[in-house]
Design a binder for this molecule. Structure first.
Ligand code: GLN
Length: 189
């Protein structure tokens, strides 16, 4: 049985839980190690990566999430993608990413003028012309050899996969299209 957790320290938590439930997937908010121990997939939502990073350490979830990712699929969206990275090129706040994927990201990578936008993307393995919403989005600056690039926009890498790990720069929970979420759910055995 699939039971997916959404890291619920800060950010777009309820939107993810609602989209999971719309697909008939059991979903809970994750605030503690015992919550984490009850699920077999995890979504790290969008929000403010500095706050999420600080709270992960405050509630002692840093190592537990890293261990979880060795055993179960994890999906980072927007700020969640920043947290999955092994390095952040503009890390002025010295936030501590979880280093779950061999990617370097830059925050607010699309510039302040185009803060948020919607675009239809072709995503490898997922589908063509998928509606996506970007909000002060990061992008992937470089990816290791084990990382598959699933989508690019404006010559920037915006979705990647590495084994059980998936990350995207946009917010799949803010559209009614469920193909991206379904692609993640298929990873959960
Ligand atoms: N720019 C935000 C950050 O750096 C991410 C924005 C988002 O998750 N929508 O954390």
């Amino acid at each position: 049985m699939r039971k997916v957790g959404v890291l619920a320290l800060q950010g777009a938590v309820s939107e993810h839980i609602k989209s999971l439930q719309r697909l008939g997937t059991e979903a809970i908010a994750i605030k503690s190690i015992s919550d984490l121990n009850s699920v077999n997939g995890l979504i790290i939502p969008g929000g403010e990566s500095t706050s999420i990073s600080r709270l992960i350490q405050e509630v002692n979830l840093y190592d537990p999430i890293k261990e979880f990712a060795h055993r179960f699929p994890v999906f980072g969206t927007c700020a969640g993608m920043i947290l999955c990275a092994s390095s952040i090129t503009d890390n002025a706040e010295r936030l501590k990413p979880l280093a779950l994927m061999d990617i370097a990201v830059t925050r607010n990578g699309f510039g302040r003028q185009i803060d948020s936008f919607e675009v239809n993307l072709d995503i490898n393995h997922v589908g063509q012309s998928i509606p996506t919403v970007f909000i002060r989005a990061p992008y992937v600056v470089s990816a290791g050899a084990d990382v598959e690039i699933l989508a690019q926009f404006d010559n920037k890498i915006v979705m990647v996969e590495q084994g059980n790990m998936l990350a995207c720069a946009f917010h799949p929970e803010l559209t009614n299209n469920t193909q991206v979420l379904n692609y993640f759910l298929a990873k959960i055995k």
